[in-house]
Design a protein around this ligand. Structure first.
Ligand SMILES: Nc1ncnc2c1ncn2[C@@H]1O[C@H](COP(=O)(O)OP(=O)(O)OP(=O)(O)O)[C@@H](O)[C@H]1O
Length: 264
């Protein structure tokens, strides 16, 4: 499969402190790559940097991030704005904050599509098509964000990205605010969209069980650096790095602790 995203020698720094230092990370078209690691490992900043957003947080970025053949590090803000939506999109942890509360989600979607150059008719058609892809009725477009559940709103956020034509979704803990059943539904949806639409997903999570169920490959980060990466089943069953083994052991302990709590 063709490479969609190629990261090389990427550093992200605040002052003199480099919090991300990634030698090499690739993502193919139609691939789901999980980014794992404990809190503070630099996962979110890596995602934000791919989206061209970390400079807004005051970070300095060096190295190379090539998306669909185009260098993003040092690209003009206006160009990055165009690419966010048309080629790449953020699927946030809490989509409620990403939607304007006083507009119906349909109005938000139509405005975004019109901003990216669609006619009114084309925008309506695309919005309806995208809602079908995320398996939501178009009637939901007439609702306000607070009238939708967290899972439905997350689907609308994904629909908006698809309607705009995004090829890469950067999903930063997109299911951690949802209950377990809805979490599984959103993961299944992302897997289905990879298969049917060929979208690629950079899926950021500290939850190895979620990553194992969804991802084609997993990359493990620690203190800003890549510890190891590989196909998900191999990495989870035969990790090479001690740190990955520690993360897996911690996840297992957490899992068994939850079972005890459930059984109590
Ligand atoms: N705006 C900022 N200014 C200074 N340091 C920051 C800023 N944003 C993040 N950092 C630091 O960068 C490091 C990486 O943060 P990041 O949010 O990417 O970690 P993470 O792996 O996503 O963690 P979590 O799972 O808790 O979200 C942390 O040490 C954090 O304190």
């Amino acid at each position: 499969m063709a490479v969609l995203l190629s990261v090389r020698d990427l550093t992200v720094s605040f002052g003199t402190r480099a919090v991300v230092d990634l030698a090499r990370l690739d993502l193919a078209e139609g691939e789901i790559l999980g980014l794992a690691g404990e809190s503070g490992a630099g996962k979110s900043l890596t995602g934000l940097t791919v989206l061209g957003l970390s400079e807004y947080a005051g970070a300095r970025v060096t190295g190379s991030v090539v998306l669909a053949g185009e260098e993003l590090v040092g690209a003009r803000r206006r160009r990055l704005q165009q690419l966010r939506g048309s080629t790449m999109a953020l699927i946030p942890q809490s989509p409620a904050g990403a939607f304007n509360p006083v507009l119906t989600v349909g109005t938000t979607m139509l405005r975004a599509l019109r901003l990216h150059g669609d006619s009114r008719g084309r925008a309506r058609q695309r919005a309806a098509e995208a809602m079908a892809k995320v398996r939501l009725e178009t009637a939901h477009l007439r609702r306000y964000p607070h009238q939708l559940s967290g899972g439905q709103l997350q689907r609308v956020a994904i629909a908006l990205a698809l309607a705009l034509g995004a090829r890469l979704l950067v999903a930063d803990e997109p299911t951690s605010a949802l209950d377990v059943t809805v979490q599984a539904e959103i993961c299944a949806l992302l897997g289905a969209l990879r298969d049917s639409e060929g979208v690629a997903v950079l899926f950021i999570s500290h939850d190895l069980a979620v990553l194992g169920a969804l991802c084609d490959r997993i990359a493990v980060m620690r203190a800003g650096r890549l510890v190891e990466q590989g196909p998900a089943p191999e990495l989870l069953t035969a990790p090479r790095a001690d740190y990955t083994r520690e993360l897996l052991a911690a996840a297992l302990r957490l899992g068994s602790g939850e079972e005890e709590a459930d059984g109590a």
